[in-house]
Design a protein around this ligand. Structure first.
Ligand code: ADP
Ligand code: MG
Length: 732
């Protein structure tokens, strides 16, 4: 039996029972380690204090003052209690004062007249004059009146409505005085500490909670930041090692199968990038450990061909493959384009099939019962070589004879959804290839995708013309709307075709009806004008004078499959001039004659999605134009995104922008934005260098000592972390 590690000692054994209970109730923290990791949010430096008279609206500042007035009021409209304080530099003279307000915060009831306070926050101008709303505060003992007495920075902790920062500080201070740090084991390997010149663990805890100088506090923060990165990367390294240790059936290439027949019939030559990615994937497939690879490349960079060639290699080796798309429409589109690319080689299972031809089936929620049954039988008997379907395929009762490879099309999400589920369907772990059209910023590649190998297609196939993108602000220039439709007519008159994309299918009732941009990507979607619906706009355009002669049609996810099919085919054949649609055109429609895309209420879409959408035009020899239409004011925060998209066609630059402007919690998943074991100091967007160094060190440790035998403290922490980091890595 081993003793309880120091970190895991219950607070109830170290503090007064009532205090431990209070900490548990307010912060959800029960152990010493978690309380020590409740780092101060900020430090206030007495030396940097401003007199109240010099406070500036909008500028973060700290002041010392005395409460000269304290009022408590019940609010009726916004039920609750309002606390209004006046704080003055000098309680006796008629000096400068600042108003301080708190709402529903019982902890401030102690701040009665005469209390001396250290306040910190951003002042605003209210009817009462300069006001600090919910500032951070510390109660000062009267003897610290003289700011010269204690010049050490004051740590400020995240407080709650009934628990003030200074109370938390006192509890932690008490623990430090009691010597709880003795015997606390350091999870970082000594060699990393030395190489990074990090503060030793115990000193770092003292310095972060009770620094003598700000520099010392920052050094301690740096140490814990590195530690967070290191632990995360150790989890990733462990997972990668565990995955590599799983047995997989090698699927080496054959020179006389369907792959070589396909290559011989390819109407174009593969780009250097496609060949390089193809070679990496081919080698992975031939290996005895399962492939776990990400294939990234812009829309139109030719990922599908690369994935298809890998599938054909797998089929040549006698196994089956599954191709998963995030939505039904996308699955159908992939199915169609894969069938088209294969030509006669995809007609396996029919009487007239070519030699080596493979059988490809589609399986989604709306596949009719009879053909679903045929496909399931075909998969179970091995007659179906490739099944294309939605992630929902996973929940069906699908049995493969020999599943050799899974391709997951992630499109513009960074998520790693459900990919393990299908893997579990196979007797041995299948090889997995994940495709994404959104270039993954390095930070994300090192964290959310940190256990994957990566191949990148950087060049577009030859003959692609760059896309010109403009922002059209109808708020500033309402007359431009007519101009938009004239522009569409010019394009049509020149023999080309036009996409018009809308955020909604029909009325507001359809908001979640599949055509709506993903809610998460449309910041501020709840304000602003009612979004344009595809149905309403189609009606309007049919009556638009400049478009009288155009053939106009509509396409959205709510239509029956056969109608969608017919419309898509008619558009591809040039029988439709202008197609009003929802985001169903995002992927897979390859219509080289389409040269203009007009995106209505473009502010409702995310950066990655806009970039993806515009990739639908300019696929032929004529180049393309994309117009991002918005009815928001030009200075609305969401329009910044549109100008960014218009300014560059570099997908990586756009996804970095996207990541930088999103909140950390959105990137890491909700479960990581709070809670006792989340990332606290590390910011994946800002701390790339720390993450990269920690990654090298962690992967090195796991390479040398996969079981962490020589690192018991590290091993223990990793084992308790793995569940949380799983949530972290497979972001909601
Ligand atoms: P992605 O899946 O990356 O968006 P696709 O694989 O769908 O791109 O390719 C887009 C289009 O470009 C398809 O019509 C495909 O046939 C074509 N294509 C792919 N590779 C090449 C190439 N090397 N040369 C010319 N055309 C190509
Ligand atoms: Mg594609």
């Amino acid at each position: 039996m081993t003793a309880v590690p120091v970190r895991e000692q219950p607070l109830s054994a170290l503090l007064a029972a009532a205090d431990a209970t209070r900490i548990e109730r307010e912060l959800g923290i029960t152990t010493l380690g978690d309380l020590l990791d409740y780092y101060p949010r900020r430090y206030i430096e007495r030396g940097a204090l401003a007199p109240i008279a010099e406070l500036v609206p909008g500028v973060d500042a700290s002041v010392i003052g005395t409460v000269v007035d304290f009022r408590k009021r019940r609010m009726h409209q916004r039920r609750g209690t309002l606390y209004e304080l006046k704080v003055a530099d000098d309680p006796d003279a008629a000096g400068a004062r600042v108003s301080v307000v708190f709402f529903n915060n019982r902890a401030v009831e102690r701040l009665v007249t005469g209390t001396r306070l250290l306040l910190s926050g951003v002042p605003t101008v209210r009817q009462d004059g300069l006001t600090l709303s919910h500032p951070d505060y510390e109660i000062l003992a009267p003897e610290s009146d003289d700011p010269g007495v204690d010049l050490r920075p004051t740590p400020i902790y995240g407080a709650t409505k009934t628990m003030a920062s200074d109370w938390i500080r006192k509890q932690i201070g008490r623990l430090l005085d009691d010597g709880v740090l003795e015997g606390l084991a350091d999870p970082l390997p000594p060699e990393s500490q030395a190489a990074e010149r990090l503060l030793p663990l115990r000193q770092a805890y003292r310095s972060i909670h009770r620094p003598d100088t700000l520099q010392e506090a920052y050094r301690a923060q740096h140490r814990f930041k590195y530690q967070e990165a290191f632990l995360l990367q150790t989890v990733l390294a462990t997972r990668r090692a565990a995955h590599e240790a799983l047995p997989a059936v090698p699927r080496p290439p054959r020179s006389d199968g369907v792959l070589s027949a396909f290559d011989a019939a390819l109407p174009f030559t593969l780009t250097a990038g496609q060949l390089a990615a193809g070679a990496e994937i081919s080698a992975d497939l031939a290996s005895t450990s399962p492939m776990n690879r990400l294939l990234q490349g812009e829309v139109g960079s030719g990922k599908t061909v690369v994935a298809l060639r890998a599938i054909l290699q797998t089929v040549d080796a006698g196994a089956q493959a599954a191709f998963l798309a995030p939505t039904e429409v996308l699955a159908e589109q992939h199915f169609r384009s894969i069938r088209a690319a294969l030509g006669p080689l995809g007609e396996g299972g029919t009487l007239t099939a070519a030699e080596h031809a493979i059988r490809v089936d589609l399986l989604t929620g709306s596949t009719p019962q009879a053909s679903k049954k045929r496909t399931l039988l075909g998969l179970a008997s091995g007659e179906v070589d490739l099944v294309v379907g939605t992630h929902a395929l996973l929940s069906e009762n699908v049995g493969f004879v020999e599943l050799g490879m899974v391709v997951v099309d992630e499109q513009h999400r960074f998520g790693v959804e459900q990919r393990d589920v299908l893997r579990q369907r196979a007797a041995t772990t299948p090889h997995t290839l994940i495709m994404t059209a959104t270039p993954i910023p390095r930070t994300i590649a090192m964290t959310s995708f940190g256990d994957l190998a990566v191949s990148t297609l950087t060049e577009l196939p030859r003959g692609r013309q760059p896309i010109r993108t403009h922002v059209s602000s109808l708020e500033a220039h309402p007359a431009w709307e007519t101009r938009l439709w004239e522009r569409a007519r010019e394009e049509i008159a020149a023999g080309r075709q036009v996409f018009v994309v809308c955020p909604l299918i029909g009325g507001a009732a359809d908001r979640n009806g599949g055509g709506k941009a993903r809610a998460g990507s449309s910041a501020g979607a709840d304000e602003g004008p009612q979004p344009t619906s595809a149905e309403a706009l189609t009606e309007q355009l049919v009556n638009e004078p400049s478009l009288r002669e155009a053939v106009i049609s509509i396409l959205h996810g709510g239509l029956p499959s056969d109608v969608k099919d017919q419309t898509m085919t008619a558009f591809a054949r040039g029988e439709i001039d202008l197609l009003v649609s929802t985001t169903v055109v995002e992927v897979g429609v390859d219509v080289p004659n389409a040269t203009l895309m007009i995106i209505m209420d473009a502010d409702r879409f995310g950066v990655a999605q806009l970039h993806q959408l515009r990739g639908r035009v300019g696929r032929g020899a004529h180049g393309g134009t994309c117009i991002l239409v918005t009815r928001l004011a030009e200075d609305h925060p969401s329009t910044g995104r549109l100008f960014k998209v218009a300014s560059t066609t570099d997908g990586l630059e756009l996804s970095e922008y996207d990541v930088d402007t999103r909140k950390e919690g959105d990137i890491l998943g909700a479960s990581q934005s709070g809670g006792a074991s989340s990332l606290k100091l590390l910011r994946v967007t800002r701390d790339q260098k720390v993450i990269a160094r920690a990654r090298d060190a962690a992967f090195d440790v796991i390479r040398r000592d996969p079981g962490l035998e020589g690192y018991p403290t590290l091993r223990h922490i990793i084992s308790t972390m793995d569940e949380d980091s799983k949530a972290f890595l497979e972001r909601a």
